[in-house]
Design a protein. Structure first.
Length: 604
């Protein structure tokens, strides 16, 4: 969740650390800090709140030095105040940390019993004192880190400086907290991901679980968890500065919403060629069950995929929230396939689900947006969405790219099983080619959506309803609204409204309904009548046919293009995203960095 940047080299690092943190702020923005080594001494600046506060301090007191570390925090242990901000340090060691030290309480008690005083509430500070304790006993920094790592439980990434060592930076990784090393000319870099390193170098390697490295301006020496020297492949970082900038848009989220026709088309082009779908060759015709696990928006993509796989390909599917999945210890079938969905490919709960599936004999297929991610590297097969970097915390283009890939996967499974004949397969596959222009049409409705946002901005509670494949979209629409506008919102299967949620309906509770004119339209039209009878404001997303049937009872319409069962979820997702975005703007909230959230969730 937190962001780490480190540089050891041959020119000043202070401003470059701040620049790196700016690229990483989507990973956490409760506080930020940097530390450098100058003439053998450690110097530190920290600030509560967003990075702009640290930048202000740096203008007044620019840190010197050619070796430094930086951190932007998503708070876990301790309040988001300056005393808990990273880097944490004492007289010998300064370090930054992403993840959780699970055994920090007994370690803290042991250290306090030795007379060591703590100044923060964090789990991180135990690592500082543990390393220092070994150095006090005569260990070198490298030996002290090696010994300390073996005492730490949890998932974490670390970057560490040492007083008196101007050319030494040590990095370490365990579990689901990613860490990348970058190679420069007379410099080495460390970062939480390739985005932070993109302006510095295009040559990177990724630390594996348990790896740690000794960095100097000349290069790096890597060790695996048992301290045996190891090498990791160096790959090219293809991210460009333009890919991770906002361009002419006010927010990353808006830019990423408007990129969706292009990213959907890129995903189609990657896997749909000359009427054939080129995806990993799995035994779809004999598959006993597909088990999908994911978190947040990716989980909703999995729920939509369940409808496609079961209805189109006739394959049984189980979808589970990754943070719950492994703790149920569910039985998994022989020769089953596990499908993990994650934008970052680093989501720790999804990684844990992957580990459980693997240990139970499942073939692992991952759908991720980052080819070099932990989930991708641990999977048997990888399907890469073509969304490009997604910086906005609220997922938009990654979601519709996931849906596009999942639709292709379901079609190919149906073809292999023989559920779809060749003619029906080609018609449905070709139908997906209409998706980018359909999305372009929806984006041209932004001005109308701004008006609909006026309906929601004063609400304290909003309900979202959908049926069938659009029920997960109702969940996703509610999530988008609550996470960036801070309005309480809930999504429901429309048929379930009468079993409880209808008690919430009144004139101040708007109800947003996803209701294209499909085989379930008559059913959801009845649910809309039930809402209208209770006097709640209705905002209905439908098409021309649907609007003609509902025009006498609905307060507000958004008329969308006609769609198919494979294109509707992406087409209807876009207005839900824009509705949340413009409601948040009207309320004056921070769209790209909503409170308490972070993009890459690497803690349980």
């Amino acid at each position: 969740m937190c962001g780490i940047i480190g540089i050891v080299g041959n020119k000043p690092v202070g401003q470059r650390l701040l620049d790196g943190l700016e690229k990483l702020e989507y990973r956490g923005y409760d506080s930020a800090g940097i530390a450098t080594i100058h003439k053998g001494q450690i110097y530190r600046l920290r600030a509560e709140g967003k990075l702009v506060n640290l930048k202000g301090k740096f203008l007044e007191d620019p840190l010197q030095g050619y070796n430094g570390i930086g951190h932007t925090r998503w708070a876990t242990h301790g309040q988001p105040i300056e005393i808990n901000a990273h880097p944490h340090q004492n007289s010998k060691v300064s370090l930054v940390h992403n993840g959780i030290i699970e055994n920090h309480t007994p370690l803290r008690q042991e250290l306090e019993a030795k007379g060591i005083l703590f100044e923060s509430e964090t789990d991180t500070e135990v690592v500082v004192h543990l390393i220092s304790l070994y150095m006090d006993k005569g260990s070198t920094p490298q030996e002290a880190v090696s010994k300390s790592l073996k005492q730490l439980n949890g998932a974490f990434a670390l970057a560490i400086l040492f007083k008196g060592y101007e050319n030494l930076l040590i990095a370490a990784r365990k579990g689901g907290s990613p860490l990348a090393l970058g190679y420069g000319q007379g410099e080495m870099y460390v970062g939480s991901d390739a985005i932070a390193l993109a302006p510095l170098t295009n040559k990177i390697c990724y630390l594996e679980d348990g790896d740690w490295g000794i960095l100097s301006p000349e290069g790096v020496t890597l060790y695996e968890k048992n301290d045996h020297p190891v090498s990791r492949p160096v790959v090219e970082n293809h991210l460009s500065e333009s890919a991770i900038s906002k361009g002419s848009y006010d927010h990353y989220m808006l830019k990423e919403i408007f990129e969706q026709p292009r990213t959907i088309e890129a995903t189609l082009n990657a896997y749909l060629r000359e009427g054939k779908i080129d995806i990993p060759k799995l035994p779809w015709d004999s598959l006993p069950r597909l088990t999908i696990s994911a978190c947040g928006t990716a989980y909703y993509a999995g729920l939509i995929a369940k409808y496609w796989f079961e209805k189109i390909a006739r394959i049984p599917v189980e979808v589970d929230i990754a943070s719950e999945f492994r703790y149920r210890t569910p039985p998994l079938p022989e020769k089953g396939v596990g499908l993990l969905i994650s934008q970052s490919g680093e989501t720790i709960d999804t990684l844990a689900a992957l580990d459980y599936m693997k240990s139970n004999g499942q073939t692992i297929l991952s759908l991720v947006n980052v080819q070099t991610s932990s989930i991708a590297r641990q999977s048997d097969y990888v399907l890469l969405t073509q969304a490009g970097p997604e910086i906005g915390v609220a997922s938009t283009k990654a979601f519709t790219s996931q849906l596009t890939a999942l639709a292709l996967m379901a079609l190919e499974a149906a073809r292999i099983k023989g559920v779809l004949n060749e003619k029906a397969f080609k018609e449905k596959a070709q139908g997906l080619r209409f998706l980018p222009p359909l999305c372009e049409k929806v984006l041209r409705l932004e001005e109308q959506i701004k008006g609909l946002a006026q309906v929601l901005m004063k609400a304290k509670n909003v309900l979202f309803l959908g049926r069938g494949i659009h029920y997960p979209l109702a969940l996703e629409g509610a999530l988008k609204l609550k996470e960036i506008s801070y309005i309480h919102a809930e999504g429901y299967a429309a048929g379930e409204m009468k079993h409880g949620p209808i008690a919430l309906l009144e004139k101040d509770v708007p109800v947003v309904v996803v209701a294209p004119y499909d085989e379930l339209f008559e059913k959801i039209a009845s649910n809309i009548q039930e809402v209208a009878a209770r006097g709640a404001p209705l905002l209905v997303l439908t098409d021309q046919k649907g609007a003609a049937h509902l025009k006498d009872i609905v307060d507000h319409f958004l008329i969308l293009p006609m769609t198919s069962d494979l294109t509707a979820p992406s087409v209807y997702a876009i207005p839900l995203q824009l509705l949340a975005y413009h409601t948040a703007l009207l309320k004056g909230t921070d769209v790209d960095q909503p409170r308490n959230l972070a993009k890459s969730v690497t803690v349980e």
